[in-house]
Design a protein around this ligand. Structure first.
Ligand code: 5GP
Length: 217
């Protein structure tokens, strides 16, 4: 199973009109379009679960969920892996742990990445670790995080990222399992936020200028 860029969403893809889906009325006017409907996210996640199972089946893994943006993807991915474990001879014993990162203010990546407390990661020593992240942009965050995790001496580290952005000068830090490769635009929904807003939106959408203004801090 080679690395894959996942489902590629081209730069000229206009997305779906918001009118074709339901979404919370409190966000009307704040979004430009739906770029990935919730159902498609779920279908792709199911396949990623199978790929992970094919590669890692029968080995215990420690899932490390990157908060907050990765929580929904992590929950759904773990559910799909559980479904596969329930229905075949191959199973993956899993434990789930959390790490909280913060690097963004408004839609700008800030230089300093904060690892905000969380659990004692010494439990990762000698384990097969699956890091689960919502979105990878420049890859800086992922790089810093991987360095941090490696210091605890895991046996193996794999990364699952739901979204990878096509960013110029990205630091070749591509997840092992990728849901979608997307254009370099700021997206929200499915737990991805803009200053804490839009986590309560199930589709992945492009924020509008009005939305950016409204929730700017
Ligand atoms: P990177 O260090 O790869 O540039 O940025 C990664 C982090 O920035 C992600 O963990 C995520 O928190 C945030 N991020 C990057 N692009 C987006 C985006 O389009 N939408 C949202 N909501 N967060 C993003």
């Amino acid at each position: 199973e080679g690395r894959s860029e996942g489902i590629v969403i081209k730069d000229d893809w206009p997305g779906y009109s918001l009118d074709l889906f339901s979404y919370p009325a409190h966000y009307s006017g704040d979004l430009d379009c739906v770029i990935i409907p919730h159902g498609v996210i779920m279908d792709r996640t199911e396949r990623l679960a199978r790929n992970i199972m094919d590669d890692l089946g029968n080995h215990a893994i420690v899932v490390l969920c990157v908060l907050k943006g990765g929580y929904q993807f992590c929950a759904d991915l773990v559910d799909r892996i559980k479904d596969l474990s329930h229905n075949s001879n191959r199973t993956i014993p899993m434990t789930v742990h959390f790490i909280r990162l913060k690097s963004y203010l408004n839609d700008e990546s800030t230089e300093d990445l904060h690892i905000l407390g969380g659990e004692d990661l010494s439990l990762l020593a000698g384990k097969n670790v699956l890091v689960v992240e919502g979105i990878v942009g420049t890859g800086k965050t992922m790089k810093t995080l991987l360095k941090h995790v490696e210091a605890f001496g895991p046996k193996m580290i794999k990364v699952a990222g739901l979204l990878v952005k096509r960013v110029p000068h990205s630091s070749a830090c591509v997840p092992d399992y990728v849901g979608f490769e997307i254009p370099n635009r700021f997206v929200v929904g499915y737990a991805l936020d803009y200053n804490e807003y839009f986590r309560d939106l199930s589709h992945i959408c492009v924020i509008s200028d009005t939305g950016k203004m409204k929730y700017k801090i």
